[in-house]
Ligand binder design. Structure first.
Ligand SMILES: C[S@@+](CC[C@H](N)C(=O)[O-])C[C@H]1O[C@@H](n2cnc3c(N)ncnc32)[C@H](O)[C@@H]1O
Length: 420
């Protein structure tokens, strides 16, 4: 059988039966993660003599999957993993629990089931109609080779503000600057359009590229090797290539490999550039905004608490953001400069008494304090905030305005109504 090699074993789709994995992949190759969606038993004829599923008994099918995934286990790195997208289906009036039957087989091999993820889809697939309820999800099974596995959680935190509740604007201290951790329900729409048109999509049922990208981010680093033993349209392989990972695929239908190869050549430049762009900037922006919001809100809470403690009304503070903190549980250094006529030990003592207690102790800020005379202040490039709002700057910055309490070069202008 021929294989379409782009570069020896790596970045190759073998036009071979996945049952031959161990005979095909050289023993020095180690896989970081496998992402795959095998045929769902006999639901679909993929038009090849050596396909698994179609034309087999359920037991033979499961045993063949076991054989394939035990080969995968052998060539997987010790901290490697396996993602399987799979679903239940109905036969003779009842549900066949394929995800769970397969899990038991994989357990016998040594794969450790770490997570059962629900892939919530916007549409049902045609073969799951006709039940009592509409089917709206499939399973993603996440296995690892050992208990210590590669998991780049910070790479896939949700930092897209469109997916965060509006509270992040007013309560930045509750949001991890790296974004929100993933949960076990993943919402990704089924791809509806592609460069190959609807016919291509209907034919292949390709996986959503963002979903595959999430798995790749979580369980691999650049230059690692990603395997898909049931490559189909090659979504996993092309996404790996865009993200600077190496790929290896198996696919029994030669036509699919030819289409994939042409598709990859056509899309690699644009999508690699998009990956580069996405990996710089967006997350950093979110992190920066959360830290800015925290630094400002800290000042507001500090001023309000000190005023209350000392029964005075006229404190203002300048916020100067510093570098990263090296202290445990602290993220950044911030200097808070109290504007007073004379440095006041009482203010300093009050501040010191507040910083190790909640809520200020929870902001991740390592503060330092000093004093500044009102006439020393240059307002150029500075923004003012009030005692009730440090997420949108006050348009009139006037130090004589009693409602301005926090002054900073940091400029934020957010409206929680713009978010969910
Ligand atoms: C559910 S599809 C995979 C779809 C793929 N995830 C995508 O994004 O397009 C399963 C694929 O496995 C292939 N296949 C079936 N039996 C196989 C075998 N024994 N070895 C390798 N590939 C096989 C089928 O031709 C089909 O393309």
């Amino acid at each position: 059988m021929s294989s379409y090699k782009i570069n020896n074993t790596l970045n190759t789709v073998y036009n071979k039966d996945a049952r031959s994995i161990l005979d095909t992949i050289p023993s020095d190759i180690k896989i970081a993660t496998t992402i795959t969606s095998p045929p769902y038993f006999d639901m679909k004829d993929y038009n090849s003599d050596d396909q698994v599923g179609y034309g087999q008994t359920y037991d033979d099918y499961l045993n063949d999957l076991k054989l394939i995934f035990s080969g995968v286990y052998e060539i997987t790195e010790e901290d490697g993993s396996l993602w399987i997208i799979i679903d239940t289906f109905k036969r003779e009036g009842q549900v066949v629990t394929l995800p769970f039957d397969l899990s038991s087989k994989l357990k016998e091999i040594g794969w450790l089931l770490q997570d059962v993820i629900i892939w919530k889809k916007d549409k049902t697939v045609p073969w799951s109609m006709g039940g009592f309820m509409q089917r709206k999800f499939e399973y993603i099974l996440f296995f690892t080779k050992s208990a210590k596995y590669k998991s780049n959680k910070d790479n896939v935190r949700v930092y897209d503000t469109a997916h965060l509740k509006k509270w992040w604007v007013k309560y930045p201290e509750r949001y991890n600057p790296k974004g929100k951790a993933l949960d076990e329900v993943w919402e990704f729409p089924i791809p509806v359009q592609g460069s190959w048109g609807d016919k291509y999509i209907r034919h292949f049922c390709p996986l959503p590229t963002d979903m595959v990208a999430t798995m790749i981010q979580l369980s691999t680093n650049e230059n690692d090797i990603v395997l898909d033993p049931f490559a189909g349209s090659g979504t996993v392989l092309s996404q790996s290539a865009y993200m600077k990972r190496n790929y290896i695929g198996f696919e029994t239908n030669k036509d699919y490999i030819e289409m994939f190869t042409a598709y990859l050549q056509k899309t690699i430049d644009e999508n690699s550039a998009e990956y580069e762009l996405a990996s710089t900037g967006v997350q950093d922006d979110f992190e920066n905004t959360i830290l800015n919001l925290r630094a400002l809100k800290y000042a507001r809470v500090l001023v309000a608490s000190i005023q209350k403690k000392l029964a005075i009304k006229d404190i203002k503070v300048i916020v100067v953001r510093g570098e990263k903190s090296t202290l445990r549980n602290k993220l950044i250094k911030v200097t808070y400069r109290f504007i007073t006529l004379t440095p006041s030990d009482a203010i300093l003592a009050a501040a010191e008494s507040l910083i190790n207690k909640q809520p200020l102790s929870k902001f991740g800020i390592e503060p330092s304090f000093d004093f500044v005379q009102i006439e020393e202040i240059d307002l150029t490039g500075k923004n003012g905030y009030t005692i009730t709002n440090t997420y949108s700057f006050n348009k009139q910055l006037d130090l004589l305005n009693p409602s301005i309490k926090v002054i900073s070069e940091i400029k934020v202008d957010l409206n929680e109504k713009d978010y969910l």
